[in-house]
Design a protein around this ligand. Structure first.
Ligand code: NAD
Length: 360
């Protein structure tokens, strides 16, 4: 099989869909890998590294002409011209939020597998998890910086010092993001509280953190009480397939400390804090009622090198199977089959069809 890796051209996207290690795995199995020149530069991966791994360095047109094209972000309008019937596209798509792309994939007859809908038997989303791990681990880091006085915060050091109490970090949602945020916040010496609606999840967190975090049921009363003493509040809830519930309302903000910080990681699903809105890495924070808000919707974009390796660790096994078996891989691998969104001009994913009232 011929696998193409185009350079990402969406603004500020520095990740790349395949590392030189991934290239080597494919080439060793007899596949040809065409990498667009400069595709890895944003992640600190040179053309020479790709060539040494066995890739051929090519133009955008040549990379897109491969049988399988592997990417990070959804194709943007300038890339629609490459969508064609005998193309297998494997990337993040988020089609339910993108009608023009959905129509372009259908018009092109492209077979498209969306990372975000590849789903295991237990309902987990293995190709979303790595980015939640990255965002979760970043949350205390960006929150700690925002708490510094020159960044608008109340001038509190997360870990305190001997003789001075550490900061209080409150995390709403103890899933992948919340657990990774807790791990780093604890490592930085903060006092950590996690709220979740799932009792089994709270039991798990209590077990793995060996009592070093306070776990609380996510009731309105507990949220109200917790945010009053929080120096850093991290939003990390997810209700799959739905907008995040507004758990921290605007009328609660005045009860928070002046200069405290909210990092709402769930902002990409609308956020669990009423006053959060999407921001960018260039201008990540703003203040409402004396509380600093951080709402970057693509947090992993700031650490493209880590994110590139984290993503390809998870996408590579499926890519190897697709390269080996072609579309038969979808018959053999149910997780991959759930990832199929469009095929030969037809929508094959219910949620996307419902979003646009298209036949499924
Ligand atoms: P997850 O499914 O692993 O965890 C979500 C948790 O929220 C679950 O434990 C669930 O029980 C809990 N929850 C649901 N309703 C709740 C409530 N009312 N109160 C408290 N907890 C509640 O999801 P995840 O992978 O951790 O993702 C969390 C959010 O972070 C998602 O919206 C995801 O899209 C987002 N995310 C954002 C970025 C970014 O760059 N901003 C990056 C990755 C993920």
């Amino acid at each position: 099989m011929i696998v193409g890796v185009p350079k990402e051209i969406k603004t500020l996207e520095n990740r790349v869909a395949l590392t030189p290690g991934g290239v080597e795995s494919l080439v060793r199995r007899g596949h040809r890998v065409l990498v667009q020149r400069g595709a890895g530069v944003g992640s600190g991966l040179s053309d020479a590294e790709y060539e040494a791994a066995g890739a051929q360095m090519v133009s955008a047109e040549e990379a897109w002409a491969a049988q399988i094209v592997v990417k990070v972000k959804e194709p943007i309008a300038e890339e629609y011209k490459y969508l064609r019937k005998d193309l297998l596209l494997y990337t993040y798509l988020h089609l339910a939020a993108d009608e023009p792309l959905t129509r372009a994939l259908l018009a092109g007859g492209t077979t498209a597998i969306a990372y975000e809908t590849v789903q295991l038997e237990d309902g987990s989303l293995p190709l979303l998890t790595p980015m939640s791990e990255v965002a979760g681990r970043m949350a205390p880091q960006v929150g700690a910086a925002a708490l510094e006085k020159p960044h608008g915060g109340r001038g509190v050091l997360l870990g305190g010092v001997p003789g001075v109490a550490p900061a209080s970090v409150v995390i709403i949602g103890g899933g992948v993001v919340g657990t990774n945020a807790a791990k780093i916040a604890l490592g930085m010496g903060a006092q950590v509280t996690i709220l979740d609606v799932s009792k089994p999840r709270l039991q798990y967190l209590d077990d793995v953190f060996g009592g070093r975090v306070i776990t609380l049921a996510s009731t309105e009363a507990n949220i109200k009480k917790s945010i009053q003493h929080a120096d850093l509040l991290i939003g990390a809830v997810l209700i799959p397939g739905a907008k995040a519930p507004k758990l921290v309302r605007r009328d609660m903000l005045p009860t928070m400390k002046e200069g405290s910080v909210i990092v709402d990681v769930a902002v990409d699903q609308g956020g669990c804090v009423e006053t959060i809105r999407p921001t960018t890495h260039k201008d990540p924070t703003y203040v409402v009622d004396g509380v600093v808000h951080y709402g970057v919707a693509n947090m992993p974009g700031a650490v493209p090198r880590t994110s590139t390796f984290a993503l390809t660790n998870e996408t590579l096994p499926y890519l190897l199977q697709l390269a080996e078996e072609g579309l038969d891989a979808l018959r053999h691998n149910a997780a991959l089959r759930r990832g199929l969104n469009t095929h030969q001009g037809k929508l094959t994913y219910k949620g996307v069809a419902e979003a646009f009232g298209l036949p499924y």
